[in-house]
Design a protein around this ligand. Structure first.
Ligand code: V47
Ligand code: SF4
Length: 377
C-alpha cells in the first residue's frame, strides 16, 4: 500500500537534488537534521517541499490539532531605557508625549475588567522603565493572584528580567524565585531577537546579551517555570544566523526541556530606525515556519503570532508546520500595530479563531498556557 508519506517522497524525488532527497528521507525517518542540513533547506528547499516535510513533523507531534487560548496583554509602559533599532514602540528618546506608565492599580483594574469572563492567561510585557523595579512588579503579581488566583501570569521578557534583577543586586536565581513566589507562572519568549553577537550589536547593542537571555531561561526552567522562545527574522540577518539562533535554543531545550513553544517573529519596518530595511515576503515567512518546525525537533509547538503576521498568513502557516496561533488578545497590545502590522486592533473571538482553523482543515483546540486541553471544537 502506498502511504501518504511514500507519496510525498515519490513526488519530491522527481524534482529535487540528491542532497535534498537525503534530508527528506532523514526527516521522514524521524532523525534530527544537522545545522548544515538546515542551512541547505534555507538555501535550496522550495516551499512545497518544505511544507510537505514540515507537515510530516507537525502531524507526528500534534496530529491535526491547532491550539489557541483566551488571553489578554498588559503593557505596563512603553518608556524604555534601551534603544533597539527595530523597535517602533519605545518612547524614551522620541515622541515622549505618546509614552504611558501604568500604576499597579491601573493594571489591576485591567485584570478586574475580565471578572466573570473565561480568560486563562495574562501576558505582561513592555518597555524597561528605570522606576518600575522588582518590588513594583512583585506587588503587581501578588495583587493579581490575590484577586484571581487561577489566572496564569506569563510575564516579562529576559530583557526586562535581566534589568530589574541586576538593579535589585540579586542573582538570576534569587530574582526569579522572588517573582515566582509573588505569583509569576511562566516567561514569554521575547527579547531573544537574533543571538549572533555581531548582529545583536548592530540592532540592539545595549540590552541583555544572548548568553544572559539563555541563562535566564535556563534558570527559570530549573525553578520549574516554563517559557517560550522567539526569533526576530527578516531584517539584516543571514540564513546562517537563523540556524545558529535555533541551534542555541535546541541545545538548551535538550538540557532542560522547559520551552513550550518556538515563535518566529517577522520584522515589521514601520516607524523605527530600520525602516529602510524591506520586509520579507509571505513565501519567506512560510519557509521559515516550515524549517523551524523541521529543525526544532525537541519543541512541541511552533506558534504563528497572528497580531504580528496577520490572520491570513497565520491561517496559511497551519499547512507549513504551525500548530498554535496564540489567542483572543482583545485589542490589548500595541507593539505590533505600532510596527506596521495589518492587525491594527487585534481581537478575535474564540469562534473566529476556531473558524479560521477549521477553514484550514485542522481541529481547533482551546488550551491553557501549559497546553492542557480546555476544549476541542
Ligand atoms: O522581543 C519588537 C518583537 C518581541 C518589532 O511568548 C518586533 O507567547 C517585529 O516576544 N517587528 C516581544 N517584531 C513580543 C514577544 C511575544 C509576542 C507574542 C507571544 C509571545 C509568547 C512573545 O517583539 C520583542 C521583539 O522581538 N518586536 N519590535 C518589530 N518592529
Ligand atoms: Fe525596549 Fe523592548 Fe523596544 Fe528594545 S524592543 S527598545 S527592550 S521595548
Amino acid at each position: 500500500m502506498i502511504t501518504a508519506s511514500t507519496e510525498i517522497i515519490n513526488l519530491i524525488e522527481n524534482n529535487i537534488s540528491s542532497e535534498l532527497l537525503r534530508i527528506a528521507n532523514k526527516i521522514q525517518a524521524g532523525e534530527r537534521i544537522t545545522t548544515k542540513e538546515c542551512l541547505e533547506l534555507y538555501e535550496n528547499g522550495e516551499l512545497g517541499y518544505l511544507g510537505s516535510l514540515a507537515n510530516v513533523v507537525r502531524e507526528r507531534k500534534n496530529g491535526q490539532y491547532v491550539y489557541f487560548n483566551r488571553n489578554f496583554h498588559i503593557e505596563p509602559t512603553n518608556i524604555c531605557v534601551f534603544a533597539c533599532k527595530f523597535c517602533s514602540y519605545s518612547r524614551l528618546y522620541k515622541n515622549k508625549e505618546d509614552g504611558w506608565e501604568l500604576s499597579v492599580d491601573d493594571m489591576l483594574d485591567r485584570v478586574k475588567a475580565y471578572d466573570g469572563q473565561p480568560v486563562t492567561e495574562v501576558h505582561i510585557v513592555g518597555g524597561v522603565h528605570p522606576k518600575m523595579d522588582l518590588e513594583f512588579f512583585a506587588d503587581l503579581l501578588r495583587k493579581i493572584k490575590l484577586h484571581r488566583p487561577g489566572l496564569h501570569i506569563k510575564g516579562f521578557t529576559a530583557v526586562e528580567l535581566d534589568y530589574m534583577i541586576r538593579k535589585a543586586k540579586m542573582s538570576y536565581k534569587e530574582g526569579l524565585s522572588f517573582l515566582q513566589s509573588a505569583g509569576l507562572d511562566s516567561l514569554p519568549g521575547g527579547g531573544a531577537e537574533i543571538f549572533d553577537e555581531a548582529i545583536r550589536e548592530k540592532i540592539c547593542a545595549d540590552k541583555c546579551s544572548s548568553a544572559q537571555w539563555l541563562e535566564i531561561h535556563e534558570t527559570a526552567h530549573q525553578l520549574g517555570m516554563a517559557s517560550n522562545a522567539t526569533m526576530l527574522y527578516g531584517h539584516i540577518e543571514s540564513y546562517a544566523h537563523r540556524v545558529d539562533h535555533m541551534n542555541r535554543l535546541r541545545i538548551l531545550q535538550d538540557k532542560t526541556g522547559g520551552f513550550n513553544t518556538f515563535i518566529p517573529l517577522k520584522f515589521r519596518n514601520k516607524d523605527n530606525e530600520m525602516d529602510h530595511v524591506p520586509e520579507v515576503t509571505m513565501i519567506e515567512d512560510l519557509k521559515n515556519y516550515a524549517i523551524s518546525r523541521i529543525f526544532m525537533d525537541n519543541f512541541n509547538h511552533i506558534k504563528a503570532y497572528w497580531p504580528m503576521i496577520g490572520r491570513n498568513t497565520a491561517q496559511t502557516s497551519l499547512s507549513f508546520g504551525v500548530d498554535d496561533i496564540d489567542g483572543t488578545i482583545d485589542d490589548s497590545t500595541k507593539i505590533y500595530s505600532m510596527a506596521g502590522s495589518e492587525e491594527q486592533t487585534p481581537s478575535l473571538t474564540t469562534e473566529q479563531l476556531a473558524l479560521l482553523i477549521t477553514d484550514a482543515g485542522k481541529i481547533p483546540v482551546e488550551r491553557d498556557t501549559l497546553y492542557n486541553i480546555i476544549k476541542e471544537y
